[in-house]
Design a protein around this ligand. Structure first.
Ligand code: FE2
Ligand code: FE2
Length: 353
């Protein structure tokens, strides 16, 4: 991943530390201090999901487990001080979400679990980002949408893959069936992350992972951090399964609107990415809700309650992110953070890109 700019004292401390190799004199000692710095950043944060320093720092810590970060020694990934800091921030995010999303009774059969998940999605009245893109967004807003989405979509499906070794039987087979599609079914040109990258290039955007990271507001990073927290912890296997189920359930219909919007704006590769999801996710949502989430609830009662925690977290986080972007666009502003180093509101760097 491209190395992002820090957004506060914690990010500054973290990115400075990661620039050194772990065996450097003093580097391990400074890593040991990072958990305390993370706790201090949490104490400073007002709204955790909107706190730029916390969310960017956690995003960087998670990136060590995925593609790594440019210029960062890979041995940092499991250094105890780094892991402790990641746990301090990740646990705070989990606890925040548990306090925000209501609980849910756990049904007894796979079909009842699926019905309950579909009912939750049907009741959701989150803001209509896809509808805005479909009918009203201009080319700048469409490009901003791709940038906001890029930090997840360019590694699409990866956080859920962490769950595979933690499941058994029907739930595991269902997850692998879905993931095989997400990864192109053996054809790299059909990988969803690659199709999204083609949509970005078509729109004149840099498709390198993390190229847009500095522009993406905290609340969007919080959504990616949540799925990484769920994916990286065996004890949260119910939450990662519920998260994927709700992602699939809330994808097919909005993708139809998004495909229409990108086609209207003359961006057929981005439209093709969403066309693919209209079809694929109409099948995935059934497999995910009944076989994967329902299968897990029956086979693994200890994980069952978290299926609904993960599912409700998706609705909560997606609504906040959509509200952030729509609020800016309705007010005639950019939904992105300013280009680092440029005066606020300066769009020159974007125009020359
Ligand atoms: Fe996908
Ligand atoms: Fe899917």
């Amino acid at each position: 991943m491209r190395r992002p700019q820090p957004r506060g004292p914690l990010g500054e401390q973290l990115l400075t530390l990661l620039a050194d190799p772990p065996e450097d004199a003093g580097a391990r000692g400074r890593a040991e201090e990072l958990a305390a710095a993370a706790a201090a950043a949490l104490a400073r944060a007002g709204d955790l999901l909107a706190d730029d320093d916390v969310q960017l720092s956690l995003f960087v810590l998670h990136a060590l487990h995925y593609l790594g970060v440019e210029g960062v020694d890979e041995r940092w990934e499991l250094e105890p001080g780094i892991v402790r800091a990641r746990e301090v921030l990740g646990t705070a995010l989990e606890e925040h979400l548990r306090a925000q999303v209501p609980g849910h009774d756990v049904p007894a059969t796979p079909q009842a679990v699926a019905d309950a998940l579909f009912a939750l999605a049907a009741d959701d009245d989150g803001p209509g980002l896809a509808r805005f893109l479909s009918g009203r967004a201009g080319p700048d807003q469409a490009r901003e949408f791709l940038q906001l989405k890029s930090l997840y979509q360019l590694m699409e499906a990866d956080p859920h893959t962490w769950a595979i070794p933690r499941l058994r039987g029907r739930a595991k087979a269902a997850l692998v069936e879905i993931q095989a599609d997400e990864y192109g079914g053996g054809d790299p040109r059909r990988m969803h992350s690659g199709m999204f990258a083609a949509g970005m290039r078509e729109a004149g955007l840099d498709d390198a992972y993390g190229a847009a990271a500095d522009r993406v507001p905290a609340v969007w990073l919080a959504g990616i951090n949540a799925v990484s927290v769920f994916g990286l912890h065996r004890r949260l296997r119910g939450a990662i399964v519920g998260h994927l189920a709700m992602y699939e359930i809330t994808s097919s219909d909005p993708s139809r609107f998004l495909a229409r919007g990108f086609r209207r704006l003359g961006l057929p590769a981005a439209a093709a990415y969403y066309d693919e999801h209209v079809v694929a996710d109409a099948a995935h949502e059934q497999i995910a809700a009944r076989d994967m989430a329902g299968g897990l609830v029956v086979a693994d009662p200890a994980a069952a309650a978290d299926v609904f925690f993960g599912a409700r977290s998706v609705l909560h986080l997606d609504a906040l992110a959509a509200r952030q972007a729509l609020g800016c666009w309705e007010a005639g502003r950019s939904a992105l953070r300013p280009v680092p180093g440029a005066p606020a509101g300066d769009r020159v760097a974007e125009l020359v890109r």
